[in-house]
Design a protein around this ligand. Structure first.
Ligand SMILES: NC(=O)c1ccc[n+]([C@@H]2O[C@H](COP(=O)([O-])OP(=O)(O)OC[C@H]3O[C@@H](n4cnc5c(N)ncnc54)[C@H](OP(=O)(O)O)[C@@H]3O)[C@@H](O)[C@H]2O)c1
Length: 161
């Protein structure tokens, strides 16, 4: 099973503030949907609350330490290990954040789907530093702002050495 992280971050590794995303970038939402649709996504409880619902056409797993939590349309699990074990028959599983879950999973991951927003943001949640010795970046695709997307950004894929 390939364990993949999917993240959008700014030049200063910011991913969120006040339990929300820092930007509105429709092209990245489409990119995220294209990558994850039809697959299992694993997220932390705070990211689930930020999204507010199960994402359609995907198996949604939410990780929490709260053993009483019940959510509609979502499988609630109590550790990353439990979530990954429950997905081990799959070819690829997608960990979609947030920072707490990325911090715990980056060492286990084989792949990172990275959207880099070419701005710096004040934030309260950050992606861990990517060690350039451990990851090989490929398929870099640059995009300039357009009528729907006010920011400049790039898509790339990183694979672990
Ligand atoms: N830019 C992006 O790509 C991106 C992607 C996702 C999220 N975000 C942003 O990131 C922020 C949220 O990230 P966050 O770090 O605050 O929270 P998070 O990682 O989404 O969720 C943290 C919660 O997950 C549960 N958890 C964490 N580790 C666990 C473990 N080992 N076992 C069981 N449960 C565990 C706990 O839930 P309980 O407290 O319920 O026990 C914990 O409070 C938001 O601002 C969101 O918008 C950005």
């Amino acid at each position: 099973m390939i364990v993949s992280l999917v993240v959008a971050m700014s030049t200063n590794n910011a991913i969120g503030k006040d339990n929300q995303l820092l930007w509105h970038l429709p092209a990245d939402l489409k990119h995220f949907k294209d990558i994850t649709s039809g697959h299992t996504i694993i997220m932390g409880r705070k990211t689930y609350e930020s999204v507010g619902k199960a994402l359609p056409n995907r198996r949604n797993i939410v990780i929490t330490r709260n053993t009483h939590l019940k959510l509609t349309g979502v499988e609630v699990m109590h550790s990353l290990k439990e979530a990954l074990n429950s997905s081990k028959e799959e070819n690829e599983v997608f960990i979609i954040g947030g920072a707490e879950i990325f911090n715990q999973s980056i060492k286990l991951a084989n792949k990172i789907y990275l959207t880099r927003i070419n701005e710096s943001y004040e934030a309260d949640t950050f992606f861990p530093e990517i060690d350039k010795n451990c990851w090989l970046e490929s398929e870099l695709e640059h995009h300039l702002p357009d009528e729907k997307n006010a920011l400049s950004y790039s898509f790339s894929t990183l694979t672990s050495n």
